[in-house]
Write a protein that binds this ligand. Structure first.
Ligand code: GLU
Length: 292
């Protein structure tokens, strides 16, 4: 069976128990399916990525007993791939530059329609200010700016692939127990996600764009990751349809929380894998603690 999964951490802090859970789950699933487990370093945010955190990722995963083919894919080496996809989306008329800052967005979104959610996977749902402005411009006069974030016109993208708007297979579950075949609808995309940023300022890409291109280029068949990314999966599946890329199967898993029920974050050093190691725990102790 063709089964390939991956773990895709960002080298911006220490891996904690939640990362250990995600990586080990993906690794075990690949092993039990006779498949392959790949590692990818998500380091597009060069202001936060650090070489020593990347090294720590390799050390922690190796200590946990995981192995992966080398060399690993590193996003910082793939900027031309992201640029090509942005060119394509731009030429399809699906992107527009956005000059709004956080304050502008919060102010414009402060009078939401009743029954329409205020927040999506990337924070406040963008109210479309710059999209409306662009309509008044002559596109012939307009060159794509390099240093301004680009947003996806999500309603237009959904319309473009409407007749083949895909659903995705969820083998795990979303935060509200969503599982099985999860359909995408244009209304849902517009109302609960909105026009997300696909090229961040000074970065030339974004998590959403890179993850879609990287999963496709690595031939990932099963994406194993935390439930916090379940909603973002709708964006990824839409982009796969627009860019003619295959949609993998998704396995969203429960989140590992601290004693107060809060999801672990990189700053929770106490749960860092290296800390457990220093305190004399074994990889099996970690597996036991995670119920694996
Ligand atoms: N770099 C992302 C993170 O650390 C990974 C997201 C994914 O698995 O798609 O949260």
């Amino acid at each position: 069976m063709n089964f390939r999964t991956r773990f895709a951490p960002s080298p911006t802090g220490p891996l904690h128990l939640g990362h250990a859970f995600s990586a080990t789950l993906a690794y075990d699933l690949a092993a039990s399916s006779g498949g392959e487990f790949l590692l990818r370093i998500e380091d597009i945010d060069q202001t936060r990525a650090r070489a020593h955190w990347e090294q720590q990722i390799y050390d922690d995963l190796a200590w946990l007993g995981l192995t992966w083919p080398k060399p690993v894919m590193r996003q910082s080496e793939r900027l031309p791939v992201y640029q090509t996809a942005l060119d394509r989306l731009w030429n399809l008329g699906l992107l527009y530059p956005c000059t709004c800052n956080r304050k502008d967005i919060a102010a414009a979104a402060s009078a939401p329609q009743e029954g329409v959610p205020l927040h999506g996977p990337d924070g406040i749902i963008y109210p479309g200010t710059c999209r409306a402005l662009l309509k008044q411009r002559d596109p012939e006069q307009y060159n794509r700016p390099l240093d301004i974030p680009l947003r996806l016109d999500i309603a237009k993208a959904a319309r473009m692939v409407e007749t083949r708007l895909p659903a995705f297979q969820e083998l795990g579950s979303g935060p509200n127990g969503e599982t099985g075949l999860i359909p995408l609808s244009p209304e849902d995309l517009s109302q609960t996600i909105g026009d997300v940023v696909l090229a961040r300022r000074d970065m030339g890409t974004s998590y959403h764009l890179s993850v879609v291109l990287d999963d496709a280029d690595q031939g990932i068949t099963h994406v194993v990751r935390g439930q916090d990314l379940f909603e973002a999966t709708r964006i990824h599946v839409l982009l796969q349809a627009v860019l003619d890329l295959p949609t993998p199967i998704y396995v969203h898993h429960r989140l590992i929380r601290d004693d107060t029920g809060k999801r672990l974050a990189k700053r929770d050093d106490a749960r860092a894998i290296s800390k457990y190691q220093e305190d004399g725990a074994t990889p099996n102790d970690i597996r036991r603690e995670l119920g694996l």
